[in-house]
Design a protein around this ligand. Sequence first.
Ligand SMILES: [Zn+2]
Length: 90
Amino acid sequence: MDYLKIHCHRCKGKFELYNHSMQNEDKPPRCPHCQAQMTQKQWDDLVNAYLTFHDVNKNFIGSHEDRGTALFQAELKVHYVPRENIYMEE
Ligand SMILES: [Zn+2]
């Protein structure tokens, strides 16, 4: 089972998106706290990336269960750092 945790930097709130709501034909989601909404392009990109990542993890399990390969699961984490706060060595 996997889902996405979305961080809204407008209101600092978080919300989850589950597999059943990750269909391209759905409207882009809104932050349930402040009502900020993704653009259609952002939503389409997110759904496509999610489905690809979901399949990779599903295939790890299938390979493990069918052929006894080592089991891996990949988890993507994101931490936003404003561009001006990234230290660049001269
Ligand atoms: Zn929000």
